[in-house]
Design a protein around this ligand. Sequence first.
Ligand SMILES: *[C@@H]1O[C@H](CO)[C@@H](O)[C@H](O)[C@H]1NC(C)=O
Ligand SMILES: *[C@@H]1O[C@H](CO)[C@@H](O)[C@H](O)[C@H]1NC(C)=O
Ligand SMILES: *[C@@H]1O[C@H](CO)[C@@H](O)[C@H](O)[C@H]1NC(C)=O
Length: 270
Amino acid sequence: MLRVLFLVFLLASAQSGSLQKEAPPAPHNIFILAGQSNMSGSGGVELNATTGFLYWDGILPPECQPNASIFRLDADLKWVQATEPLHDGIDTMLINGVGPGMPFAHEILHLKPDYGTIGLVPCALSGSSIKRGQRGSSLYDRLMRRVNAAVESGGKVRGMLWYQGGADSMAYENAIAYERLLTQFFRDVTEELNSPGFMILQAAIASAKEKFTSIVRAAQFNVKEPNLLTVDADRLPVEWDNLHLNTRGQIQLGNLLASTYLKTSTLVVK
Ligand SMILES: *[C@@H]1O[C@H](CO)[C@@H](O)[C@H](O)[C@H]1NC(C)=O
Ligand SMILES: *[C@@H]1O[C@H](CO)[C@@H](O)[C@H](O)[C@H]1NC(C)=O
Ligand SMILES: *[C@@H]1O[C@H](CO)[C@@H](O)[C@H](O)[C@H]1NC(C)=O
């Protein structure tokens, strides 16, 4: 009898061992990545002059390489180990390359080695305007659906990296509506997520790129939400198109967002 019980115990523990090995990832600290093409990953997206097509050069500096503590929510709403391009299958508008997400996560782990695992939730869409992403839109719904899937495994939403505004810089009527719509979007996301310590980490777009960029940039610095931190992407190195951040620029931006976040986020509840 005892021997049978012992055998049952052995079988049970072998099974739980194998279950543990197959346990899906459940990152503790979740960050949303949202905005336009600079967020989706413009780094290393080059133009093939022969074909006229864009391609990603696939070059991954250490700050962009996979790490056992960094995950991404893929297009099928599953956590996987994060690899570039993070927006693969999510932003289908353009060719995706390196964005600020991986360098951001690396820098957090570098500055705070006991931070725990990080889950990135890519949600950006190239060319999307602020109007297109307002509450009630399919883009907003997709962001919420992805974040809701992300927190099912038990992690907490710590923040949203936000890098957008180019699409609203081309027409005057869009640029002057930007501050109001941006404020509304930040408030809606913060209210709906209702996650203690949730911070919005905004990158202000580079100056003098589009006709009305100065109005949009002013709006980005004018918005004063209590959970908003804004850094400036102006003068970071750009690609051949003289518009989008290159890989080096994305790394600098990710580092800046991470150090700014850790310096200011005394709100974070463990
Ligand atoms: C550009 O495309 C052509 C035709 O597909 C290919 O042979 C060539 O290697 C490409 N160049 C680069 C730099 O990728
Ligand atoms: C993960 O990244 C951090 C920060 O770059 C680094 O310190 C750590 O060694 C990396 N871990 C692994 C397993 O590569
Ligand atoms: C990012 O992309 C947009 C295109 O929408 C561009 O206008 C903007 O200036 C870009 N670059 C930087 C460095 O912010």
